[in-house]
Ligand binder design. Sequence first.
Ligand code: GLC
Length: 521
Amino acid sequence: MHGRNCRRTDTANRKRRKKACFLRYIGKEYVPLFGTVDWIMKNILFAASECVPFIKTGGLADVVGALPKSLDRSEYDVRVIIPNYTCIPWEYRSQFRYVSHFYMDYGRHVENVHVGIMEYVYEGVHFYFIDNEYYFKCDRPYSDSTQWDIERFIFFSKAVLAAMPVIGFHPDIIHCHDWQTGMIPVFLKSTFATHSFYWGTKSIMTIHNLKFQGVWDIRHFVYNTNLPDYMFTPDKLEFKSDANMLKGGLVYADYITTVSETYAEEIKTPYYGEQLDGLLCARSRSLRGILNGIDMDANDPATDKHIPFNYSIDNFEEGKAKCKEALQDKFGLHKDGSPVFAMVSRMVGMKGFDLVQSIADGLVDRGIELVVLGSGESQYENFFSDLCARHPGRVGTYIGFEPALSQEIYAGADAFIMPSKSEPCGLAQMVACRYGTPPIVRETGGLRDSIHDSTMGEGNGFTFAGYNAHELYVACCNAQNAYYDKENWKNLVHHCMECDFSWDVSAKSYEGLYNETANLW
Ligand code: GLC
């Protein structure tokens, strides 16, 4: 591996004078020492496989795109690194600037693999892109082959670490997201442990969805990582006789976070733990749950260009009514005073589509109109297409993903259904609230932390606990009954729109964690 050693070249920019209080351990107690010291700006590197606006398949991309902008940039120099996929839209790629390239050992027998580094500053944040056409020439970020993706992302993880000395950005903390970057904490404490450039660098592993872990046979891993056999044991990378990238990250990272407090508790149990609950229990002292935020500007009914009528918390009654009419027109629904309940989601079992499938006819029979947008498993796509055909004027289905239409649904619907089996955080329920559309959710993960039942008092939606169709049906009926009580419904919509789901709150928690992590020995 080549590259300049530019350790702390940026120190001059990082020092700022600040009053600080230090605690020094003297004898048996901590003694506060006051004084003026150099406050060192912290360098944070986000490593991920997707990031808005460049490439997105799910909520992960939203988080990696939004969080860096929300951190206090006078105290944290946050940069982001992702692969330079050729499927990133040309409008962005054409503006990427070449920084450098070098050759890196990769795999047991392959040497000197090309690693290019591109850079682009977008909305004040530095983005880097690891370039290698062999691995990242693709028409979508993930392939159909787990084995191939594992090879691509092990390469990415190693290249990220090899690239930093070349760029001259010395991260105090590398914040890794999901299994694709799980090998970064592993390499940091093994292959790169002897590089003085990384002495003191800490890592945080964030789980966005524990379901995906990057598992393949140990031989393949040994070949690609060149790590010694003794690291493939059950207390390290081994997982049921195979090797597991996410597990590696969870074992070696200094801190682990996930995207809601409830999910942080849930994943310590066998039901949600995806066979890593034992490890997560063992590391529970280093595990935190921090609820995601949403981009409040991009999701603002007062300025959203995709919705037919703009409205705000002060005048939502008229605006939302007009948006609802436009939505009903678009899907050919009757305008007879019925409430419209909507879903915008990937059509997969995890999102609770099996529950909705069982009660959909019942809801229509009760006088609820349904609008469903999404794509995914064919059984659900077929069911909702068929439902629409069976109930003309009562059900609207759109198979596919259409961002503009999703916004119209958030704005035009009366309530939003999200009965997930498991939901680490979930962003759609927060967007729905922002548009004054009370969510009907199952009490799991981030849904439990963001939506509170309003049946008995002040809340911002309707919730149910058990994963069964009956409880979802009751919650929908509660929402429908509440809808007919116009004055109370108005208060509920108002309350939804009042909720602060901005990144500011989460950013403060991440800053606290970064400070704690940087202070670890
Ligand atoms: C994953 C989770 C989702 C979460 C998102 C962002 O997609 O399934 O619940 O909101 O990551 O963290």
